[in-house]
Ligand binder design. Structure first.
Ligand code: C2E
Ligand code: MG
Ligand code: MG
Length: 512
């Protein structure tokens, strides 16, 4: 883009004097002829000179004009930042390559965490990183595949020929491997990943360019969902899955409006003594047709569609309203999308203020994936949340890759050992050692520990001996309605407690 104004300036510099000269020359000619002063040079000669100057002007105008048109044409198919062909060029190329019997393959490449780079280092660095990635892509594609920038942090590569798909997939894997090393941007080293979707069209099943792009996009999305830094080939089943998700999304929207969502509460007990010290709020969806849908089905859809912001706020408000009368700690689960939503800390503050629920009795449970997706934004949100006095709990610990550095960075007040870790620890020595070291690490970092999913008294004895502070699991209580918690808390607070409070409600609250 930077060459254009310069060229116009040069053109202007050439054109302006020429035009002025021809004008002056023309006027002098007319005056000279009219007054009879032109004698040395014949009028015919002067006329020819004027016509020549006029023709030269026209030529210069024509040259700069057409060169600008050529440039504009190129700009229409070229990305200004990377000088890679753009989306329009990609469509033209795919249509052209699809004329014969060649296989045509497309890879859609979306950078992971690019938004954070922009947020963190600013757009100038972001642009430099895009240029670096474009160069890397050019290098990986070589002369065999053509690469494009589709916009933002989205690139594509197209290849035609025998086994084009296989070769292109190989290139994509190389690209992902190369991106495992940070890229040098100025004095910085920046890590960025890529999620890639692949689609192909063959002579037997010929697809138009927009359908190929759509399929690659769907596959790319599956790479993102699958954990990023991977390539995925499009499959028809992805479309069916998307349709199902969209249908559930509509039902969730209707369900929210019809008040079909409610909460169940699962008590957490003190590891020593078995007293109920907290409850975890768990969303439940009782549809009009009577069907009960579990959170594992609707939460992922709500997260994808952004509906989790509404649902999560609904859960938070309802939970603090209910738990206000229990006087024990309340745990509420929070999704990544909520943490990314800049409105969330404000809404939380409003809910606390309106309900008068004591912030020090509220814990928010977040998962590791929720934080690694956008650590900078998450950290900022957690700081605001903590400033209210609300504690942060790392949920499902043991299912991800949380390092000591990660735990130190987010300074969780509490760690919840996942059910899978508890189960395995009861079965083999290796997992048991892992659980013990996790507890020791949490202790060293001043975090309290809850064991989740405790179903047997052997597991309870094990986690208690290992040093867990609290236990949550069906051995003690299943999730239950608010009225049942009312009764349990009333019984617990009654002057004379039943002799043995644990295990109390085993199996009684199934289905809530
Ligand atoms: P989670 O936060 O790890 O919640 C614990 C899950 O384990 C709950 O399942 C609970 O019923 C189940 N559970 C507890 N003890 C036992 C046990 O001894 N054995 C077995 N087999 N399961 C046990 P639930 O209610 O189906 O929730 C599943 C997940 O859905 C939750 O996992 C949480 O990640 C998500 N979720 C639930 N409510 C909300 C919410 O309000 N907001 C968000 N963002 N996520 C929620
Ligand atoms: Mg939880
Ligand atoms: Mg959990």
């Amino acid at each position: 883009m930077s060459a254009r104004p310069l060229r116009l300036t040069i053109a202007g510099l050439v054109l302006a004097p020429l035009l002025v000269l021809s004008l002056v020359f023309g006027i002098m000619l007319i005056i000279g002829i009219a007054t009879g002063q032109i004698t040395v040079v014949s009028p015919a000669q002067l006329t020819i000179s004027a016509i020549l100057i006029y023709a030269a002007t026209l030529l210069v105008l024509g040259w700069t004009g057409s060169s600008n048109v050529r440039e504009l044409e190129a700009l229409g198919t070229l990305d200004a930042l990377t000088r890679l062909p753009n989306r329009s060029a990609l469509h033209v190329d795919i249509e052209r390559s699809s004329q014969g019997r060649d296989e045509v393959a497309i890879a859609l490449i979306d950078l992971d965490s690019f938004k954070q780079v922009n947020d963190h280092y600013g757009h100038v660095v972001g642009d430099q990183l895009i240029q670096q990635c474009a160069n890397l892509l050019r290098e990986v594609c070589g002369v065999e595949a053509r690469c494009y920038r589709l916009g933002g942090d989205e690139f594509a590569a197209v290849m035609a020929g025998q086994a084009a798909g296989t070769i292109l997939e190989g290139m994509c894997r190389t690209l992902i491997d190369r991106l495992r090393e940070p890229l040098d941007v100025g004095e910085r080293s920046i890590s960025v990943g890529a999620s890639i979707g692949l689609a192909r069209s063959t002579a037997e099943v010929r697809l138009c360019s927009s359908e190929m792009l759509r399929r690659a996009d769907v596959a790319m999305y599956m790479s993102k969902r699958g954990g990023k830094m991977r390539c995925t080939w499009f499959s028809e089943s992805f479309d069916r899955r998307r349709e199902r998700m969209r249908a559930i999304e509509d039902e969730i929207r209707e369900g929210i409006a019809a008040g079909e969502f409610g909460l169940a509460y699962q008590p957490l007990v003190n590891a020593v003594g078995g007293r109920i010290v907290a409850v975890e709020a768990l969303l439940r969806w009782q549809r009009r047709d009577g069907k009960m849908i579990g959170p594992n089905v609707f939460i992922p859809v709500a997260e994808d569609s952004g509906l989790i912001n509404t649902l999560g706020l609904l859960a938070l408000r309802r939970a603090v309203e209910d738990a206000g009368r229990w006087g024990i700690t309340l745990s509420v689960n929070i999704s990544a999308a909520q943490l990314r939503n800049p409105e969330f800390p404000i809404q939380l503050g409003e809910v606390l203020e309106e309900t008068g629920f004591p912030a020090e009795l509220l814990e928010l449970e977040v998962t590791e994936t929720c934080l690694v997706l956008d650590p900078v934004v998450a950290e900022r949100a957690l700081d605001v949340i903590r400033s209210f006095g609300v504690r942060i709990v790392l949920d499902d610990f043991g299912t991800g890759y949380a390092s000591i550095g990660f735990l130190r960075r987010f300074r969780f007040e509490k760690l919840k050992l996942d059910r899978s870790l508890v189960m395995l620890a009861g079965e083999d020595d290796g997992s048991r050692a892992m659980m013990l070291s996790s507890i020791a690490m949490a202790r060293a970092l001043n975090m309290s520990v809850t064991a989740e999913g405790v179903e047997t008294s052997e597991q309870a004895d094990m986690v208690r001996a290992a040093g867990c502070d609290q236990i949550q699991g069906w051995l003690y209580y299943k999730a239950m309605g608010a009225q049942e918690v009312d009764r349990l808390i009333a019984a617990q607070n009654a002057p004379v407690l039943p002799a043995n409070v644990t295990p109390l409600m085993q199996g009684k609250n199934a289905g809530t």
